[in-house]
Write a protein that binds this ligand. Structure first.
Ligand SMILES: Cc1cc2nc3c(=O)[nH]c(=O)nc-3n(C[C@H](O)[C@H](O)[C@H](O)COP(=O)(O)O)c2cc1C
Length: 206
């Protein structure tokens, strides 16, 4: 079983990375394979709404989004991490997630997910809520922890001193491993994935 941890900060080894590493360590202890995927520090475009992805499965803008999509099929779970920027996720992660999730509900369905955020002071829960919305619309079981998944600090060293935040990350890693193992055991015991109806789409005018 594999989990990809997405670092949505323009800093490769900053605070968000430090939080994700703590989750990763715990996943590894529970025999879950992991990969940290950094979205980079080059501008990431928002979704153009062109519908090109419905024909090829890929985004017409060939960047980190397509690189990530290649990895989704072989992954069982995801942690999306972001620094808090003006009480929201980083603009880059927001653009990245819009393009990753648009029209791809089936690709992510039944895979577990969680959001992790790092902030200096405020806006953390709003950011967690924002990231969770992608999972809530994609049939993804969301993994919780002992507190909302946040760490506090402006530098990795400060984050390491946030004892409660770091513990929250470890608990999240354990909880995600437990859920993945439970789903796997369920499959072996003959528990099938839910068979959902074809989606009914209305625009509230008919
Ligand atoms: C553009 C920008 C906006 C920010 N806005 C907030 C904010 O609203 N609340 C907050 O507590 N910290 C804010 N910060 C601080 C970062 O969230 C914080 O330093 C975070 O831990 C950095 O994570 P990173 O090292 O992974 O990028 C902001 C930082 C930047 C660059």
């Amino acid at each position: 079983m594999k989990v990809i941890l997405v670092n949505g900060s323009p800093k490769q080894k900053g605070c968000t990375y430090t939080a994700l590493k703590e989750v990763e360590k715990q996943l590894n202890k529970n025999n879950i394979e992991t990969e940290i995927f950094w979205i980079g520090n080059k501008p990431i475009s928002g979704c153009l709404g062109c519908g090109g992805c419905s024909k090829t499965g890929k985004c017409v803008i060939d960047d980190k989004v397509n690189e990530f999509l290649e990895k989704v099929k072989e992954s069982d779970g995801f942690v999306f991490g972001s620094p808090v920027h003006f009480a929201a996720s980083s603009g880059m992660l927001s653009s990245f997630m819009d393009r990753v999730f648009y029209g791809r509900g089936k690709l992510f369905a039944n895979k577990v997910a969680s959001a992790v955020v790092s902030c200096r002071r405020g806006g953390a829960t709003a950011t967690v809520d924002e990231i969770n919305k992608y999972f809530l619309i994609s049939n993804m079981p969301i993994v919780s922890s002992q507190y909302w998944n946040m760490v506090h600090g402006n530098t990795p060293e400060e984050v390491l001193k946030d004892a409660e935040g770091m513990q929250t990350m470890r608990t999240l890693g354990n909880n995600m491993a437990w859920l993945l193992q439970s789903i796997e055991a369920g499959k072996k015991a003959g528990v099938n994935l839910p068979e959902n109806e074809d989606i009914i789409r209305t625009n509230f005018i008919r």
